[in-house]
Ligand binder design. Structure first.
Ligand code: FAD
Length: 293
């Protein structure tokens, strides 16, 4: 089932998970153990990220195929413009489609290590909107793109970034999945501004349940997300107790989800980091509050 059908079907908000291809065979073994537990939480679909370069790229389709064909779940492969010509993108799309996968999360990707700014390869794409247009012309996939409630880190300002988001949607994206954020006000402001730009497809919040103060500071630093002082205080007061910090992270995530679901979001996409315990707690918390089925 394609993204457009998933988000237009009646029922509970669409819960989805993102996993990444591990670098090692041990990581693959651990992912194989985690996948049945994630599948048992009944997400409507899962997505598999695409590495910067190297061997994990091959695993994207392998893992997506496993999720789709062994667990019977809808799945999407991420695809970036990094290091890829149009012909190579076409080869990857053919490979993905050959595994029965009909959804792509289309991204530009970050500049490879050692490069200050993104450079397209000869015959490649410079921005995600060009990749979206190309995939759309292929006709066999529905497409999600990334959105940035606190603006993309390279964008000069929020307004310019929104114009560029509209470009991606107008090129054929069916859904926007956002970068993680910890203050829902950023998401609500982003959705309002996107609507003013004529963006009418679903905008799905992407959330990463946090496990420690050090983790949230590192991740937020990388993507520019604000860490609200209340979240810092709650994680800080857990001190050196990792279980208390993890519990504070789960509580924050459930509160954030409750605010989003009560505001009527069409779904929530979770960056699960190839683990299941935290998601089990978050989903149980949302079901206990009858916010999802
Ligand atoms: P773009 O939409 O191309 O935007 C990049 C920058 O260029 C922005 O500042 C934008 O404002 C500007 N811009 C966009 N279009 C134009 C234009 N036509 N002209 C001028 N400026 C423009 N990375 C991975 O490597 N693998 C993954 O699997 C992956 N998955 C992700 C999933 C999600 C949901 C998100 C939100 C991000 C993901 N990323 C992934 C990270 C992503 O690749 C980076 O954030 C990257 O820096 C930007 O990608 P983009 O598709 O948003 O780029």
């Amino acid at each position: 089932m394609r993204f457009s059908e998933i988000y237009s079907s009646p029922g509970s908000p669409v819960i989805s998970f993102e996993v990444f291809p591990p670098k090692t065979s041990r990581g693959m073994d651990s992912l194989r153990e985690v996948l049945p537990r994630l599948a048992a939480l009944e997400p409507r679909f899962m997505t598999v990220t695409y590495g910067a370069m190297g061997t994990t790229r091959i695993r994207t389709v392998e893992i997506a195929s496993m999720i789709h064909n062994e667990f019977g779940l809808e799945c999407a492969c991420h695809l970036t413009c990094v290091g890829a010509s149009r012909d190579q993108v076409d080869g990857q799309l053919k490979h993905i489609h050959g595994h029965g996968i009909e959804n792509i999360v289309a991204l530009r990707g970050d500049p490879p290590r050692g490069q200050d700014s993104f450079q397209a390869v000869e015959g490649g794409f410079s921005y995600a909107n060009e990749l979206v247009e190309h995939i759309r012309s292929n006709g066999r996939f529905d497409i999600a793109v990334g959105g940035y409630p606190e603006k993309h880190i390279e964008a000069p300002d929020f307004e310019t970034d929104l114009v560029n988001l509209a470009r991606k949607v107008n090129s054929g994206a069916d859904v926007v999945i956002t970068q993680l954020f910890y203050d829902n006000q950023h998401f609500f402001r982003f959705c309002e501004a996107a609507a003013e730009k004529g963006i009418s497809c679903p905008i799905v919040p992407g959330l990463l349940p946090i496990q420690s103060l050090a983790q949230v500071e590192k991740i937020a630093g990388l993507c520019g997300a604000e860490v609200p002082s209340e979240l810092q205080d709650r994680l800080g007061s857990a001190g050196d107790d990792p279980e208390a910090a993890a519990a504070a992270g789960v509580d924050w995530c459930i509160e954030q989800c409750a605010g989003l679901l009560e505001a009527g979001v069409e779904g929530i996409h979770y960056y699960v980091l190839n683990k299941s315990e935290v998601m089990e707690k978050v989903i149980a918390g949302l079901r206990a509050r009858e916010l999802i089925i």
